[in-house]
Design a protein around this ligand. Sequence first.
Ligand SMILES: [Zn+2]
Length: 146
Amino acid sequence: MGGGTMHGGMEREELTSQQIDYFKELLVKKKESLLFNSKYSDEYNLQLEDRSDEVDHANADVLNAERLRFRNRENFFEKKIDEALNRITMDEYGLCRDCGSSIGFLRLNARPTADLCIICKEEAERRELSRVSHKKSKSTGRQISL
Ligand SMILES: [Zn+2]
């Protein structure tokens, strides 16, 4: 006993610093394009408001609702990007938030903001799903018959 073998039998797919740099750049670019888009849609919004009249009012409402939904999604995504960038700074990027194992380059490449490994992600989705269906069957009460 007394070896310095940190990597026991665990197969850890650690990211190299080049890979982390690559993801960092990717995330920063994504964030920039998000910010650019929201700036652009603000300007578009202003132009639209200038021209809107009574007839288009309903249409404008629909458009605004759409835009708000889109904006919410963007905000959510921007937050995910910030979190991922934060994890890079903290040297935690690429590690699963739940079990601490490596998320893996391929998964991160497909989803650079991922903070759960595929196993924990599937587990979380299963939990989410059963929670939702539980809620649903509760709200419909006794009408459910199985
Ligand atoms: Zn995990």
